[in-house]
Structure formats: structure tokens, C-alpha cells
Design a protein around this ligand. Structure first.
Ligand code: UD1
Ligand code: CA
Length: 473
């Protein structure tokens, strides 16, 4: 069967009170519309037709960025937002080539929809001879949603929007989730019969239901139990509610898969994060973007990891890790910051207050205290003493520091890049190194220490004399 999907995303979303399109607001690390697309893609549609309008360039760019691997997008523009029916009308040319199949219509503002919901809806549609099947839910507070009016046979006779509803209709608690599957051919026919004869003077997609009924076609309802998954986000309060629901579902999935999450309420894991079993996550931890955590790792408390790979048995305590690759049995923190393009090989130790940027640190090397490593290449088994700074920036260019295997850098050393420290060399504490150091050498670059023997005794004699002078005057 030829399956197409139309995703409505042209509205601004006035109730968000933002200059940005509503569908771009983030839920668990991805724009709302991206979640919707991911779920509907499981139906393997031949085409996905996003209807865009407000900030359309941003919406298109965001969709392409998150779903670059799907070739079936056919973007259509609705330049004036005259309602959900009008939006689908813009997809007409794209749908006309969809042949005899079915078309899903959904909204870009329902991020919690799951592939199972689409599968159930599809199955219930093809099970009978219906012009359309509507995904519906029963909710305790139906305010703001279109109400489902059923006929004596139990089919849907119409959907009435809140603002057009009588007090009687408003009492109905079965609502339109805004997700439908239509016979493509019948949808196209009904679209040409829509009018804007309602409170908002808009073309409502929901009016197609009454049109089908007037032509003796049946519209079925697929009533789902868990209405929370179908919520449409209209304002930022609802955005936070949806975020909390999605987070708890994500956390639950990981816990079922063998991840220990000590306090799920204070653990924030994005939808795209992968975590192996026997990982432990302590409270106050954020795992964002395309992060992957291998088995045995311990993250947190209070850690922030984005777009990074964390190897087996690595520990990250109270630290920030951005776009970095971390090997096995590494220890990081507390209070350290790995900035983008950092690579830590196995068994590296990054201790307290250490910042690393765009650097590679070789196996078993240690930088345990108060250090800045930027644009550096550090070999294996090195010891970087407390307070070491790679002076990578000369005010114009960023320069590289190379430290070969087995080097010992004494505390409070400044390495003025570009500079290379050869294998096995030792740099004395407090040095300012602005020339290359040959392998195996000792480099000391600090003012020589001076000892003045007996100095303190002489000073106290001088002082006593001076005091005598003053009293004598
Ligand atoms: C819509 C339904 C309502 C349903 C609810 C579910 C209609 C008339 N009403 O109401 O029955 O209960 O969704 O969440 O369909 N859009 C466009 N172009 C437009 C107007 C809207 O692309 O001209 C898009 C919006 O960007 C949004 C979606 O359609 O993604 C839904 O629009 P919205 O204004 O949120 O509709 P609701 O009032 O929530
Ligand atoms: Ca809505």
C-alpha cells in the first residue's frame, strides 16, 4: 500500500509567545517535529510532506539536519496560515502522485506520538471500509481540543472545535488528537469541498469528517488509552509537561535495559543518547545529543556530557564534557571541563579543575590538578604537574604544544607554543618553556634561587640600630 504522511508545521504557534516556530522547540534534545517524523518514519512512507510557513527556512534546515538519511521529503509552503485544512490543500500536488493508498496527517506539535500509535491507527483503518480513521483519546480536561461527535453506529459524525462548540458539545471528553489516516483519494475530494464558515474563518481539516458523513462514508475512531502520549503542545507549560513525560519514558527504557539511574527525576537524557548496560548515573546528570556511554561507566553526580563517547569503566564526576572521545578506565573530575575535539586515551586521569581543549592525551597520562591543556598532543605515560599551562594563543594564532611519551612536566610550568618536549624529558617546576626540549633532557627555565646566609640576623641588628637613632633624636 502506498503510504504518505503530511505533517502540518506552518503555524507560528502564537501561544508560545516566541518569534520562533513552535515545532522547533526542543523536547529531550530534539525539535518537536523531529520526534514526530522519527515516529512516522517507522511506517515507511514513500513520501513525507512537511507543510511549512513561519520560519520555513529554519524548519526545513532542522528537518534535513535531523533526518538527512531519508530521501522522501517533499516540502510544501503555506504562505498564509488559513487553517489546518488549508495547510493540507497545499500538499495536494504532492498527494496527487501518491496514487491509491492512504495518507497520514499529523501535526508537528505532538512530540510524544509513538510508532505503535501509528501502527495501531493504520491497522484499525485498513480493517474496515472507512474514508478516514481518527486517533482519539479520552481526557479529563478536553479544553482546547476538537470534540469527537459519534453517531448511533459508533462512527464519527463530526469533529467540533472548542470555539465553535455548544455547552453540550463541550462536555464531550473524547478529543481529536490531530492524527488521522485518510484514503488519499477521498481526502483529495473532500479538501475541495471545505469552507471557512466558522468562528476563525479558517479551513478546518476536521470539517472533512462531516463532509464524508454527508456522502454516506464512514469515519472510524481509533481510541487510545494513554492520552498523555497524544498531547499537542501549544504553550511553554505544556512543553515542560511533554518534556517531563518524554524524559521519564527515556529513563525507563534505559533502566529496563540495565542502566542504573539513581534518581530519574534529576537525570536528563536526550532521545538520541545510547547507554550500555551496567552504567551507573548519579543525580544531577545531563546526557545530551549523540552521546554514547559504554558499559561499566559511572557518570555523575552533577555531570554534563554532550555529543561525546565515554569508554568502558570510565568515571566522570561533577564535570563538563563536550564533543569529546574518552577511552576506557579514564577518571575525570571533580570540576573539570573537556571542550570540543578532545581525545583521552585509555587510563588517562584528569583531576580537579583541569580544562582540556582540542587535544589528544595518550594512554595512562595524568593531569591531576589545575591545568589548561589546549591544542596539544600529549604522548603516553606523561605526568603533567599542577598548574601547568599550554600557552596556545599568542593573541593572533593558536599554536600547538607537542609532548612526547614519558615526559614529566613539573608544577606551574608555562609551555609557550609552538613548542615540542621530546620523549622522556623532564621540565623543572616553575619553568617558562619557549624552546623545544630534546628527548631525555632536563629543562629548567626559572630565575636561579639565591640564598643569603645569615641575612635575617643582620637585618635584626640593622633594625635595632635604627630604633636607637629615632629615640636619640
Ligand atoms: C487542532 C485540531 C483539533 C485537535 C488539535 C489536536 C483543527 C481545526 N483542529 O487544533 O481538532 O484537537 O489540533 O492538537 O484541525 N497549522 C498549519 N497551518 C495552519 C494552521 C495550523 O500548518 O494554517 C499547523 C500548526 O503549525 C500545528 C498544527 O497545524 O502544527 C495544529 O495547529 P493548531 O493551531 O495547534 O491547532 P489546534 O488549535 O491545536
Ligand atoms: Ca495544537
Amino acid at each position: 500500500m502506498n503510504i504518505c504522511a503530511v505533517i502540518l508545521a506552518a503555524g507560528l504557534g502564537t501561544r508560545m509567545k516566541s518569534k520562533y516556530s513552535k515545532v522547533l522547540f526542543d523536547v529531550a534534545g530534539e525539535p518537536m517535529i523531529s520526534h514526530v517524523i522519527r515516529a512516522v518514519r517507522k511506517m515507511e512512507p514513500a513520501k513525507i510532506i512537511p507543510v511549512v510557513g513561519h520560519s520555513k527556512e529554519m524548519v526545513i534546515e532542522s528537518i534535513k539536519k535531523n533526518h538527512g538519511d531519508y530521501a522522501g521529503f517533499e516540502f510544501v509552503v503555506q504562505s498564509e496560515q488559513k487553517g489546518t485544512g488549508h495547510a493540507v490543500m497545499q500538499a495536494r500536488p504532492a498527494l496527487e502522485t501518491c496514487g491509491d493508498g492512504v495518507t497520514f496527517v499529523l501535526c508537528g506539535d505532538t512530540p510524544l506520538l509513538t510508532p505503535e500509535l501509528f501502527k495501531n491507527l493504520f491497522a484499525s483503518h485498513v480493517n474496515g471500509d472507512y474514508a478516514a480513521t481518527v486517533l482519539t483519546a479520552k481526557v479529563s480536561d478536553p479544553k482546547g481540543y476538537g470534540r469527537i461527535v459519534r453517531n448511533e453506529k459508533g462512527y464519527i459524525s463530526s469533529i467540533i472545535e472548542e470555539r465553535d462548540a455548544s455547552p453540550e458539545i463541550k462536555k464531550i471528553t473524547e478529543i481529536n488528537t490531530g492524527v488521522y489516516v485518510f484514503s488519499t483519494k477521498k481526502l483529495l475530494e473532500a479538501l475541495s469541498k471545505l469552507t471557512d464558515n466558522n468562528d476563525q474563518h479558517e479551513y478546518y481539516l476536521t470539517d472533512t469528517i462531516a463532509i464524508f458523513n454527508s456522502e454516506n462514508m464512514n469515519v472510524s475512531a481509533c481510541l487510545e488509552e494513554d492520552s498523555s502520549l497524544m498531547m499537542g503542545i501549544n504553550n511553554r507549560y505544556e512543553l515542560s509537561v511533554a518534556g517531563a513525560i518524554m524524559r521519564s519514558l527515556i529513563n525507563k527504557r534505559h533502566m529496563i535495559n540495565g542502566v542504573t539511574i539513581v534518581d530519574p527525576v534529576s537525570t536528563y537524557i536526550d532521545a538520541g543518547v545510547e547507554i550500555e548496560n551496567d552504567v551507573t548515573i548519579y543525580p544531577g546528570t545531563y546526557l545530551h545529543g549523540k552521546t554514547k556511554i559504554f558499559t561499566g561507566a559511572v557518570i555523575g553526580p552533577m555531570s554534563y556530557v554532550v555529543d561525546s563517547v565515554v569508554g568502558e569503566n570510565t568515571k566522570i564526576f561533577n564535570s563538563v564534557v563536550e564533543s569529546s572521545e574518552i577511552g576506557r578506565n579514564v577518571v575525570i573530575g571533580p570540576y573539570s571541563h573537556l571542550r570540543p575535539n578532545t581525545k583521552l586515551c585509555d587510563r588517562v586521569n584528569i583531576g580537579n579543575y583541569v580544562e582540556v581543549k582540542k587535544s589528544v592525551i595518550g594512554e595512562g597520562s595524568k593531569a591531576n590538578h589545575l591545568t589548561y591543556i589546549g591544542d596539544a598532543e600529549i604522548g603516553t605515560g606523561c605526568n603533567i604537574g599542577a598548574g601547568t599551562i599550554t600557552c596556545n594563543y599568542d593573541g593572533v594564532n593558536k599554536n600547538k604544544t607537542v609532548i612526547a611519551d614519558g615526559v614529566f612536566i613539573g608544577s606551574n610550568t608555562s609551555l609557550v607554543a609552538p613548542v615540542t618536549i621530546g620523549e622522556g624529558a623532564l621540565v623543572a617546576a616553575g619553568s617558562v618553556i619557549n624552546k623545544n626540549v630534546e628527548p631525555g633532557s632536563l629543562a629548567i627555565a626559572r630565575s636561579p634561587m639565591v640564598i643569603k646566609e645569615g641575612y635575617m640576623k643582620k637585618r635584626s641588628i640593622k633594625k635595632a640600630d635604627k630604633n636607637k637613632d629615632t629615640t636619640g633624636a
